[in-house]
Write a protein of this length. Sequence first.
Length: 520
Amino acid sequence: MKKLFVCLVAFAFGSSVLYGYDTVYQQSDEAPGLTPRRTQPPVPPVPVPVPYYPAAASQVVVAPVAVTPVATVAHRTVYEPVVSEPVPVSYDPAVSTGFDSYSHIYGEMERMNDAITKLQKDTAKPDTKKAWSAPKISGRIFLDSVNFMNQNDESRLRNGNMQNAAGFRELRLGAAGTGYDSFDYKVEFGFQSDAGRVALVDNWVGVKNVPLLGYVRIGHFKPETGQYYSMGTTNVSTMEYITPANVFGLGRRIGIASENLFANDRVRLFFGVFQNEATDMDRRSKRDNQGQVVNLRLTAAPWFEQEGKYLFHVGGHWSYVSTHNGRDTRSVTPGTFSWGDTSLSSGAFDTEYSNRGGLELAYQCGRFSARSELFAGSFDGGEHLYGSYVELGYFLTNDFRTYDLKSGLFGAPKMKRNFHPYKHGEWNLIDSWGAWQAVFQWGYTDMEDWRRAVNTTPAGGVATTSQYGGHQNDFVAGLNWYWSPQMRWMFQYVRSEQCVGNAYSHRSQDIFGTSVRYNW
């Protein structure tokens, strides 16, 4: 017990001595630069770096953590950290200095590293699992009704009683997509064939950014024989192609073509080579001589503003056509209605090749638009084929038709509001009537060089005389009601007049047509 008591007394005495020594040190006034024996000088606060993370607009920068001595014992000084309160500071890389500047440099290095990584991915081999986009399904439904309201006696005598018709003008289904940032494709089939068979329409693949050639397409598609015929029926202003554009059209052919854009996309050059044997129904053509088509089209839009709301278009095209069998026929129907009987024809004639071309002009200023084309063709037998048309259009609503610089063609209308019926309580109301466009066309087709009469006597039948050649005028007045850019209801009246054969037979037809059309 005595030993325990002695130990406690010694411990208490030692502690008091140490406490007094430290107290004397803390309260002593030493001369500058002198330090009591066996002690360490005070250590100044040391800033502790805090990681910097950039923020979008501002960030919180924590002041450096400083430590100060709070207690000193023999041979050792004890420090306790003192943390300052966070101070919000707006970060501006342009004026930041000191520690923030290093953080900004670090952030810039990170961004540069990300950019390099992205560039390496862009130039690396594409990921085949993500190479092709999901196919975009497309199609169109055209439901037409055509009524021959009147034929003059000469037309009835020579052409018979032209029949009214109703049904699907076009019924198509297709798909399109892109891949590897360089390729695109389109596959489309038509189901409106009179033969009840599925017909080929647009079936092609394309390659972008090819040196010298630009965009290259190969497959089954149209040679470009003017602006109107190249547009496709989804964007034409009337139910059918105007007559001269149709008679100079070449339909779809198997071929390869390139498209190049110049002068900030204001100038476009199309060049293609096609075989001249149609494959719409048979899928293939088996002949030693397929015939060839060499096709060139050059367009320019020197004035183009607001997606074509204000536009001036000029262009031209040329085609060299060699036949596969040394024979050809040019013919049209009244107003080019696909269900109408032939109203003017050259009849079959011998030809090995022909040169055909045309000039294009188009102008649009807001609601008003005007366009015209002039066509001419020369055949090796000495015959000549001519045609021209003028179209005037005016939107009764404050809308206009768009124009695509990449194709040199007019597109769907730019509408402020779609047709919109809706229900309010117990009432069915309409708050927007869509877009309305009035259209007038005049088309002229000249086959004067084929004027002739051909006498035929079928076996056991009565001798008849057929008239070929002449010219045809088509006058079209139409009203288009657009429910949306892809849906419209069309109404049109056509007056078609022909002067046929060496007998100068004058024929005429009055036709009323209506069509509900939707494409997607």
